[in-house]
Design a protein around this ligand. Structure first.
Ligand code: FES
Length: 373
């Protein structure tokens, strides 16, 4: 009589030396690997946030999770040295008549070492008192050899107005002064691999994007973002930042958890060439997806236009323009007024009805049933 504890998962010859594959044992995913003549079988579900260990790689005797690179011994399931207690279940495995057999029941239990939550993972808590204003300058430059940025000039003027005339607390983040890594596309592996806080922030203590997350999610009520126009688009630093902010938006998609609530965003856009409305439209679209709301006429902009190749005069024009300064102060005041009203009478819930939003249930039901329209 067949032993129901053993499940045939395929031909042994199907595993080359050094191969790692995911197999299904009943409803369990198991990572089966081969080194020489020795097979190993451990749970295919990573301890971290469930990455598919069977789709990882082998580093010596350790499986490297493809999502965020945690390691587990391919035969015992133990974590790498120093983290042995962070273990995934192991299964017995044997080869008979050229077939690989894996035990249906795991022979050890999953174990977790305590991992204190990252400081950023706390729930955002509204604060007492007047709105706080965060300015973010996305102009790129060598900070050891600074030059005048017209968008930053107007941004700093608005922040000074907020402090001196409105008595508000302000903070300026200069992206050019921060060292942070580009988004490495965890979301493209799986939405669940894109974590909050960002996986890079959790893995790399030197990465300084945490300053932006902390200010945007936990500190600010009003965000005034300044960008130059570069070939018809916002600056490359702006793009680098918003790719790293995908994890904030992804919390809405994955967990219906809205981290940005009742916060206001507005924009300062300056450039040597036109395309102001496209840059503004893109920024408005992204910040709306994060949960921000906007004051009436949510941006001020300045452009030299197509015909005037005289950028050497541009800084002087902006520096000398009381009209632009007045417009930026008024934008800041509209944003602060809206923030004050929102904070007195909240309009954004902590979770959303999902119909029509990303990854809502009807769409999943349609794809499960094979419907295409
Ligand atoms: S390291 Fe495996 S899921 Fe993150």
């Amino acid at each position: 009589m067949a032993d129901s504890n053993w499940v045939d998962v395929g031909e042994a010859a199907g595993w080359a030396d050094g191969a790692l594959r995911e197999v299904h044992v009943g409803r369990q995913r198991v990572a089966v690997s081969r080194r020489g003549d020795t097979f190993g079988a451990v749970s295919g579900v990573c301890n971290h946030v469930g990455g598919p260990l069977g789709e990882g790689t082998l580093d010596g005797e350790y499986i490297v999770c493809p999502w965020h690179y945690w390691k587990f011994h391919r035969a015992t399931g133990e974590g790498e040295p120093g983290y042995e207690e962070d273990r995934v279940p192991r299964h017995d495995v044997k080869v008979e008549d050229g077939r690989v057999l894996v035990s249906a029941q795991a022979t050890t239990k999953r174990g977790h070492l305590p991992h204190p939550p990252h400081e950023l993972a706390r729930d955002p808590v509204p604060h007492e008192g007047p709105p706080r204003v965060l300015g973010i300058s996305t102009t790129n430059m060598d900070v050891k050899h600074p030059r005048t940025s017209t968008s930053k000039l107007l941004l700093e003027h608005a922040l000074q107005h907020a402090r001196d005339e409105l008595g508000l607390e302000t903070q300026l983040i200069d992206l050019a002064a921060l060292s942070f890594r580009a988004c490495e596309g965890f979301y493209s592996k799986s939405a669940h691999a894109c974590t909050w806080p960002c996986s890079i922030t959790q893995m790399d203590k030197k990465d300084e994007m945490d300053e932006v997350y902390e200010a945007l999610v936990h500190w600010a009520d009003v965000v005034l973002l300044a960008t130059p126009i570069r070939w018809g688009a916002a600056s490359s630093l702006y793009q680098k930042m918003i790719e790293r902010l995908n994890c904030v938006q992804n919390q809405v998609t994955l967990r219906n958890r809205v981290l940005i609530r009742d916060k206001v965003a507005a924009f300062v856009i300056t450039g040597g060439q036109d395309n102001v409305q496209a840059v503004a439209g893109s920024a408005l679209g992204f910040f709306a997806e994060l949960g921000f709301v906007f004051p009436p006429f949510p941006y001020v902009a300045h452009s030299r236009g197509w015909s005037a190749e005289d950028m050497e005069t541009n800084v002087r024009v902006v520096e000398g323009s009381e009209e632009l300064r007045e417009g930026t102060r008024a934008l800041l005041e509209r944003a602060v007024t809206l923030s004050t009203r929102l904070r007195a009478d909240t309009m954004c819930a902590a979770s959303l009805p999902r119909g029509g939003r990303k990854a809502h249930r009807d769409r999943k039901a349609a794809s499960d049933s094979g419907a295409t329209s």
